[in-house]
Design a protein around this ligand. Structure first.
Ligand code: 13P
Length: 252
């Protein structure tokens, strides 16, 4: 399985800024993702088309949307559909990001509807899961991951190809805080995710990528990527500059 090196640009970058960063990255990479790695850039909706266009200059890289609504079209002011995402030239969408769960109030059930609908519409989906500090301190890690994965994957099409689905484990307390989960924490959570995926997806679980996210930086990416069951990283702040994202993409 290739490792997935993913950037989540959150609410940063206009279209021209996104295109410029991708252009810089393409030059630094010499027009291709390193062997054994694929690159995904999740960009804001307003920058998605420019990002998808610019990323064509990198073989092995794709653009993704940060959000979508689970309907083909309709009276859903402010939302975008999988069809619109595909028409921008993007292939991926994020679901269940902790900022959407905790700031925008998305429920496990809604995340599940979105994940299933996006897959049925032919997008590749990265489902984010992870516990808050309170949940962790109360010993709730397994229960949270179990619930978020079960509800998140509840209605996915039976014929979902494993390469179209990825899970990102992002402990909420490590996002944007500079606190990275330690190797033991990551090993424990990723192994839990792998076995929970086994119960939910059967054989496909072994080929479903599980990424780590939360304060990934050039200095820690190599050691995180070397851990068992870590099939990539999902990077916020440190992906905003091409130079820093490049170092993470190349980290060993
Ligand atoms: P940071 O890398 O900024 O901690 O963000 C992680 C994240 O939320 C990626 O989706």
């Amino acid at each position: 399985m290739k490792k997935i090196m993913a950037a989540n640009w959150k609410m940063y970058k206009t279209g021209p800024e996104a295109a410029a960063t991708v252009g810089e990255l393409a030059k630094l990479l010499g027009g291709r993702a390193p062997d054994g790695r694929e690159i995904v850039v999740f960009a804001p909706a307003t920058a998605l088309e420019r990002t998808a266009e610019a990323i064509k200059a990198v073989a092995g890289a794709e653009a993704g949307a940060e959000n979508m609504y689970p309907a083909e079209e309709g009276a859903f002011t402010g939302e975008i559909s999988p069809l619109m995402i595909k028409a921008c030239g993007a292939r991926w969408v994020l679901t269940g990001h902790s900022e959407r769960r905790h700031i925008l109030g998305e429920s496990d059930a809604f995340v599940g509807q979105k994940t299933a609908f996006a897959l049925a519409q032919g997008l590749r989906v990265m489902l984010c899961v992870g516990e808050t500090l309170e949940e962790r301190e109360a010993g709730g890690l397994q229960e949270v991951l179990e619930r978020q994965l079960r509800e998140g994957l509840k209605e996915i099409p039976a014929d979902t190809a494993p390469e179209n689905l990825a899970v990102a484990y992002e402990p909420v307390w490590a996002i944007g805080t500079g606190k990275t989960a330690g190797p033991e924490d990551i090993l424990e959570a990723h192994s839990l995710c792998r076995s929970l995926l086994g119960a939910l997806l059967g054989e496909k679980a072994a080929q479903t990528a599980i990424l780590y996210g939360g304060s990934v930086k050039p200095a820690n990416a190599g050691s995180i990527l070397a851990l068992d069951n870590v099939d990539g990283v999902l990077v916020g702040g440190a992906s905003l500059k091409a130079e820093s994202f490049l170092q993470i993409i190349n980290a060993h």
